[in-house]
Unconditional design. Structure first.
Length: 223
């Protein structure tokens, strides 16, 4: 084969490929991608939570109220997940499944494990491939957002926190009672000195030992 015939054959093959690719894209039809509402799920740190995505060959409003979006189907469909945040996403090994007719549907599950509390976004990329090839016919990306919660505290940890809080309140109460009692003792001592000074004519400014505020090792009260 000479250079001229080989040169004319290559564009012809390229045109055939482009024509077949265009035909494959035009054969796609609108389907539906449905996914779990992560806002309704309680994702906690250290716990695995399943996140289900279903691609159907026809558009329909899900009766369960799950979020969904239109997507082109009629080919081999692939779904890939991407966690944006401090979390791990584990997916099914079979990420390409056929959705060739309007009655077909396929599902994928992603297991989400948060590592720290905070906002979390899961990206879902739905791609239609030309059969048995890596050629992309159409792609759509959606995002599911949620918030990862801290793990629930154990019973004993909660009990210990309440006990510590209770002892703190009790300590503050006893300290306050002691301060009030000391102030009351000083007032009583001052009244006694005033009465004694009126009775004897002495200077009331010098407190006697019995009028002083009681110490921690000495009982207090009226004599």
């Amino acid at each position: 084969m000479d250079d001229e015939s080989r040169g004319s054959g290559e564009p012809q093959s390229q045109r055939a490929y482009v024509t077949a690719l265009d035909k494959a894209r035009k054969s796609l039809f609108q389907g539906d991608v449905e996914y779990d509402d992560l806002h309704a799920r309680r994702l906690r740190v250290g716990e695995q939570t399943p996140f289900l995505v279903t691609v159907s060959g026809s558009w329909k409003a899900p009766p369960n109220g799950k979020p969904h979006a239109p997507v082109l189907t009629g080919a081999e469909m692939g779904v890939k997940f991407d966690c944006h945040g401090d979390a791990e996403c584990t997916t099914d090994p079979q990420w390409r499944q056929p959705v060739l007719n309007r009655t077909d549907h396929a599902s994928w599950t992603c297991w989400i494990t948060p590592h720290a509390p905070g906002p979390l976004t899961v990206g879902v990329r739905v791609t239609a491939y030309r059969t048995d090839t890596s050629t992309v016919l159409a792609t759509k990306e959606i995002f599911a957002r949620t918030y990862a919660e801290a793990p629930p505290r154990s019973f004993f940890a909660t009990l210990w926190d309440r006990l510590r809080t209770g002892w703190g309140v009790f300590g503050a109460f006893t300290t306050g009672v002691g301060a009030v009692w000391g102030t009351w003792s000083l007032v009583v001592g001052a009244v006694r000195r005033l009465r004694r000074s009126r009775a004897t004519g002495e200077d009331p400014s010098a407190p006697t030992p019995e009028d002083a505020a009681p110490t921690a090792d000495e009982p207090s009260g009226f004599q």
